[in-house]
Each structure stands twice: as C-alpha cells, then as structure tokens.
Design a protein around this ligand. Structure first.
Ligand code: GLU
Ligand code: MG
Length: 467
C-alpha cells in the first residue's frame, strides 16, 4: 500500500473512532439490484484500505431471492475478489449509531479491476464523457412505501413463487400501510411527521442535500429527491439515501418497501433519474438552438437515450416486478417518447426557470429501484454518447397523454421482451464489456424463469421488500 493511502486511512480510522464508530459497512450493488455488504471493525480500516476485504465473485449472478445462476464468465464457488472502500466517501450513519458506510470498488487478487465491478463501469463512462468535454450531473429520486410492523414473517408471507418475505406484518396480501392520508396529502405528512423529520435529520447529518420530501400517490408512499452530483456520486447517494430511510424506518418500527410494485394493479415505486450535461460550468440543456432551448449536443444525447430505451429497460427496470409498475397512466414512463414536462413520457424534459441555470434537465421516468444505480448511470451515459457520435435528433415531442397521441410506441411490457432488446444492443454490450453484459443478461433470464407462472400479487409480495 502506498504511504499516502496508509496515512489517510489511519487518519480516517482515528476520526471515526473519535465519533464513537465501531463498524464500517462496505457496500456494493449486485446485478439483481440488491445492496450487499461486508463489514469490518473500524480499527482494521488501514489494513482494509490497503488489501481490501475478500468476497466471492458469485454474487454477480445472485438473484432477487438469493438463489444464483451462472453466466459464461461468472458462477460457482471458486475464486475471490477484493472489496476496497472509497475513502473519500466514508460517511458516519446517522440512522445507525456506531456505524459508518463506504461504497466499495472491486478488484481481483492481483489488484486488477474486476470486469463486473458496476461502480467502476459508471466511473469509466463518466471518464468517456469527460474525454468529450462533457460533465454529467445526475440525481435519483427515491420513492418508497411505509408499512407498519417489522420482519418478514407475517401471515401471508409465504405466498409467491419464491416464498420470500413480504416486508411487513401482513393481513393477507395487503400490507398495513403507515400514513393512510390522501395522495400528496398534508394529512399523511402530519401522521408521520416524527418519522419524516428523522429521515430529514439523518440525511442532513450525513451531508445529503435534500431538495424535496413529500407523500406520493400510492397508499403509504413517499418520495425524497436530492441535489445532483457526478454519475458515480449520484449512484452512491442512491444507496446511501435508501439505506438511511431503511434504518430510520426500522428505528420507528416501520418497514420501507422500495420494490417496483407493492400492490398489483396500483401505482408503484419509481426511481427516476435526472440528468444534465455541462461544459465549462454551463448547462448544455439550455441556451442552445435545439428543442425548448437545449443545445444540439444535449439533444443528440437525449435522442441516444430515447433510441435505446427498450434495451435500457433491462438495466433500469430489471425485475419481473418492474413491468407490473410500468403501465400507462401511472406516470411511470411506459411510452418510448419524450415531452416538455410530460409526466407520462419515458423522457421528461424540464426547461427550468429562466433565472435558474441549473434547472434545465431531463428525467428518465421508466427506471425503478430494482435497478443497480451504477449500471443505470453508466448505461445512460453510454447510450447518450452514442447518440452524440451519431449526431441524432429528437423526434417531435409529445404533449398530453401519449395514449391519445396515437403514434407512440409502448416500451417493452415484460422482462423477457426488454431482455431481447438488451441482448441485441451493440452499444450496451460494448460499453459494459462481455463479462458484465453476460452476467446481467443471465440474471435477467433467470429471474424471468423464477417468476414464470406467478400471479402479479405473488410477484409483488416476493420482491417489494427486497431492494
Ligand atoms: N410513482 C410513479 C412511478 O412509478 C412516479 C410518480 C412521479 O413522481 O411522477 O414512477
Ligand atoms: Mg415521484
């Protein structure tokens, strides 16, 4: 280990110990979208920063139910990887006193980048953009449903194809929602004001810049959005925000469900991605001669995203459950079209106020929290840059409900359909590289099989408490 790193790690260990922190959680997100962890005592930080922590590569083909599949490059009990914490992102966890968190990068035993490391993939794509003089600012919105009670063993818990937990004490299939006030209702905020206040306090203590928090449409549903940051940072934040909400929920005897669908037939949880392109401190989503004032460069980038959306769904809406959410009239982005402030379009352009240079951005609405956020940011950059390389133009925007516009293409309506587009996407295969691309495809294929024949509510029950 180099001396500077060693010194930095020792200083960090002293700082954390001084704050009363005992354990450091090192997280990575697997291809199924679940955040996995190895934890170490803080006193081992310097050693861990130098040598990493061991883990099996088989996690790259884990499914949502903890079973595993295999791909041409990954599978089986052999081998070992090293997890390295990103020391610059170590964060004491306000919702878990005594604990700190750091996102981890994965390398092999010889110190070479693990080709399936999703976080380094996102970093590589950010570098690709930087090579074209483009800086991306991105941010995830987190939606979740709060239920009363904890644990996975309530009645009705073993329904579903996999017999997985449902994420709450249950009365049949219907979770006991906390916050029964109306959609976007002040009553719901009043009901849970201590809880939501604690969520805000914990995020603030961790230096997370919250933009908004509010009740959403579905029963017990809330949303929090945070300020944009660089692509890897945005994905790190998505993990940190979600785990913080989970921890604060637990301290209140509540369960936070982030899965794409909680109640079949209802409105689900999205995990929309906002993005803007910047150069020399200027937002390229405004001040240009493209549609609604975006620059031609931004237009080409967004056209690349729009073109590749059917394949991107295998990354951004990667669960069988995602397609129970991705329905028309739910603001989930079920149509392959774009529009100005159109909440039914998969791609919503936000022009922003004239006096707010940072306000202009685009929102990819189709994505949900089953997505690995590092794969999401990296893949969006890859397809956007391909749009720039091909100098693509956006089609006409859609105003109003795409259903009535009549000419709009529905995005894939099932995971196998999205997977077919994904496996045919040369852009994504090249960007991800074969080992990562094949592992993702294998996990999607296996999850589609896992839930074959399961009813929508069984799928919801088996997945909603997993992410
Ligand atoms: N819950 C909606 C979804 O599934 C999003 C609602 C909104 O924030 O526009 O994406
Ligand atoms: Mg929302």
């Amino acid at each position: 280990m180099n001396g500077a790193l060693n010194d930095a790690a020792r200083a960090e260990a002293r700082r954390l110990t001084g704050l009363g922190i005992r354990g450091l959680a090192l997280t990575w997100v697997d291809n199924a979208g679940l955040t996995r962890v190895k934890a170490v005592p803080v006193r081992r930080l310097a050693e861990v920063a130098g040598r990493g922590v061991g883990m099996s590569p088989v996690f790259d083909v884990y499914l949502v139910d903890d079973s595993m599949t295999s791909s041409p490059h990954v599978g089986g009990p052999d081998g070992d990887l090293r997890l390295f914490p990103d020391l610059a992102r170590v964060t004491p966890l306000a919702g878990q006193p005594g604990w700190a968190w750091a996102p981890a990068d994965r390398y092999d035993q010889l110190g070479r980048t693990h080709p399936v490391c999703q976080r380094q993939f996102a970093g590589r794509m950010a570098t690709r953009a930087a090579e074209r003089d483009i800086e991306l600012r991105m941010g995830f919105e987190t939606e979740w449903v709060v239920t009363r009670g904890r644990g996975r063993d309530g009645p009705g818990d073993t329904t579903g194809a996999t017999g997985l937990g449902t994420g709450g004490d249950e009365d049949g299939d219907e979770p006991r929602y906390a916050g029964i006030g109306p959609a976007y209702g002040m009553a719901r905020l009043v009901e849970l004001s201590d809880y939501l206040g604690d969520v805000l306090e914990a995020l603030a203590a961790q230096g997370v810049d919250v933009l908004q928090i509010h009740p959403e449409y579905a029963p017990g549903q809330f949303e929090v959005s945070v300020a944009p940051s660089d692509p890897v940072g945005a994905a790190d934040l998505a993990v940190l925000v979600r785990e913080t909400i989970r921890a604060v929920s637990a301290r209140h005897g509540l369960t936070a469900l982030f899965g794409p669908i909680v109640a079949a037939g209802g409105v689900g949880n999205g995990c929309h991605v906002h993005l803007s392109l910047w150069r020399d401190g200027k937002n390229l989503c405004r001040g240009g001669d493209g549609p609604f004032g975006m620059t031609r460069r931004s237009e080409a980038f967004l056209a690349g995203v729009l073109r590749e959306l059917p394949a991107l769904l295998a990354v951004g809406a990667p669960s069988v459950a995602s397609y129970l959410r991705l329905e028309p009239s739910r603001w989930a982005g079920a149509f392959q079209c774009w529009g100005l402030e159109n909440r039914e379009a998969a791609l919503r352009f936000v022009a922003g106020a004239p006096d707010d240079p940072a306000g202009a951005n685009a929102e990819v609405k189709s994505f949900d929290a089953a997505a690995n956020p590092y794969l999401a940011t990296g893949s969006l950059i890859a397809v956007g840059l391909a749009g720039i390389d091909a100098d693509l133009r956006l089609p006409d925007p859609v105003a109003g409900d795409p259903v009535h516009a009549g000419r709009e293409r529905r995005l894939p309506t099932s995971l196998p359909e999205a997977l077919e587009h994904f496996t045919g996407s040369a852009v994504l295969r090249e960007a991800l590289g074969d080992p990562l691309f094949e592992a993702i495809a294998a996990v999607r294929h296996a999850e589609a099989e896992l839930f074959e024949g399961a009813s929508p509510q069984e799928i919801a029950n088996a997945t909603r408490g997993r992410y």
